[in-house]
Ligand binder design. Structure first.
Ligand SMILES: [Zn+2]
Ligand SMILES: [Zn+2]
Length: 512
């Protein structure tokens, strides 16, 4: 273990998989279809469960070629995890001579002594080392039982086998996607019909509902959960997300994989990083660094003001959230314009996405132009975008009221996912409204599983959770909403308290 730690400090990307030590070459870190962060968050850790959940049989065979030997394990048969350098703010950056060297992008901040939480904040330029040290890689003492984590992990592997054996990875095209495609066509057709009849607001709402439904299909495809073939799934996803929806699927997958792997970590999961609008934990009061966005999330006067009202403006902000997705999409496409290293898709997906977005603004632009006046066009834009927004409510319901603690690198994959994720209870007849994402817990454990099989799989997952003494969280829709609003209100109230106490006392407030 100490020699592996030293090699990590020397700059190697080492990950444990199935008792083997994988040495990932830098070229693959840059080319990894799931993004480089997906690898960096597992340096020094056993990623067997995550790797199996995210890769096809074929990819799993290829992964073994990076093996450079076996690792020693503890009495439970587990690898004793190290803290990945990125978790303490260290990444590899190209130096002036072309080689990669360590770069400290942020400093660490431990909000509560004696816990495993590590948050990232603005880099403290004073006394920065040249690279991470052994103390960066050494986890704080954990309150988790290592034996229990090893048991959860072993049971998860058996659960995965049961799911494979039950044939749940087979996509039910006719019974599953048949009705979906019918629904999409009907909604889009009705929207067009209403438009030609000049029932503009009806048309706008129906267009919004179409987008709302299509987002879920793009989500399935982004996870390779439909044909399970990267190229096919990505082609259809680009058609849906970029050409019809005006959003970048490349951006969305890049963002979403990180969300799935470091779920609900205030410094690492982009899906809970919504400063200045929302903070689901008082941790965000500390001007945290985002390892995803590569910037500080400033808790300034403007954020303080909005967050003190967040439980009241919650639905208004979500209703307009789609506008933010355009911004994120286009920023991503601009930033990845010169990225030639991707193993999958390479240049063609980029060009196809850019062409799709140009096409989107042509057709949607002429729809708006055809409304007749700028006032009507503005209302059409607003209504269609608000009608597409319940998807955002769905996404936040699954995570906003759950734990945002960091239990350290020894926490097993199933334990982390069950702790940070909740289902929304809904009758099968309404499952389409949630796009299958109400079964978020099972989706997080088996992200490539076709959406229409999640309900069957969730039965097996619930058995697993019960056997393992883990909580499978689920709320009714109304209850889930009030839980989330309650969390937002709690944090909003703390903004007021923090405003009144001096800096040194801030910590105490957080502890309460
Ligand atoms: Zn999620
Ligand atoms: Zn997902």
């Amino acid at each position: 273990r100490s020699s592996i730690a030293q090699r990590i400090l020397d700059g190697e990307t080492l990950i444990v998989y199935d008792g083997q030590l994988l040495k990932i070459p830098q070229s693959w870190v840059d080319a990894h279809p799931g993004g480089s962060l997906a690898l960096l968050h597992f340096v020094g850790r056993d990623a067997s469960d995550e790797i199996q959940a995210y890769h096809s049989e074929h990819a799993l065979k290829l992964i073994k070629r990076y093996s450079v030997g076996t690792v020693e394990t503890d009495e439970h048969g587990s690898w004793e995890a190290l803290v990945p350098p990125i978790m303490t703010g260290w990444i590899r950056k190209p130096a002036s001579n072309g080689t990669k060297e360590w770069y400290n992008e942020s400093s660490t901040f431990v909000p509560l002594e004696g816990t495993t939480d590590i948050l990232l904040v603005k880099r403290d330029d004073f006394g920065v080392e040249k690279g991470p040290t052994l103390s960066n890689l050494t986890p704080s003492p954990t309150s988790l039982s290592l034996k229990a984590q090893a048991d959860h992990s072993a049971a998860y592997k058996l659960l995965h086998k049961r799911i494979v054996d039950a044939g749940l990875y087979k996509t039910p095209y006719l019974t599953g996607y048949g009705p979906e495609v019918l629904r999409y066509t009907m909604l889009a057709g009705l929207s067009a019909y209403a438009y030609y009849k000049n029932w503009l607001m009806t048309s706008a709402a129906l267009l919004g509902f179409t987008w709302h439904q299509l987002v879920f299909a793009a989500h399935d495809l982004g996870h390779m959960g439909v044909t399970h073939d990267w190229t096919f799934d990505r082609l259809i996803a680009i058609l849906i997300a970029d050409w019809i929806g005006g959003l970048s699927i490349g951006w969305w997958v890049h963002n979403h994989n990180v969300h799935h792997l470091v779920t609900n970590h205030p410094s690492h999961d982009p899906d809970i990083q919504h400063i200045p609008f929302f903070a689901i934990s008082p941790s965000f009061f500390f001007n945290l660094w985002s390892s995803y966005y590569k910037r500080i999330m400033p808790f300034d006067a403007f954020s303080k003001f909005l967050i003190s009202l967040q439980h009241r403006i919650f639905y208004v902000v979500l209703a307009l959230a789609r506008f933010n997705l355009y911004r994120n999409s286009y920023v991503f496409l601009v930033q990845s314009a010169f990225d030639k290293k991707r193993a999958r898709g390479g240049r063609w997906t980029w060009w196809l996405e850019v062409a799709g977005i140009a096409f989107f603004w042509c057709w949607f632009g002429s729809v708006l132009y055809g409304c007749g006046s700028w006032k009507k066009a503005f209302m059409y834009l607003l209504v269609s975008h608000i009608a597409a927004s319940p998807v955002h409510v769905q996404i936040v319901l699954s995570h906003f009221s759950m734990s945002t603690a960091d239990l350290g690198p020894v926490e097993s994959f199933p334990h982390r996912q069950l702790r940070t994720t909740t289902d929304v209870i809904c009758p099968p007849s309404l499952a389409f409204v949630h796009g299958g994402l109400h079964l978020q817990v099972t989706h997080h454990l088996f992200p490539r599983l076709p959406r229409h099989n999640l309900r069957k799989a969730s039965m097996l997952v619930k058995e697993f959770a019960q056997e393992q003494g883990l909580v499978y969280a689920e709320f009714g829709f109304a209850e889930g909403n009030s839980e989330v609003v309650g969390v937002l209100r709690g944090v909003a109230e703390q903004v007021g308290i923090v405003g009144r106490v001096a800096g040194a006392e801030v910590k105490e407030v957080i502890e309460r």
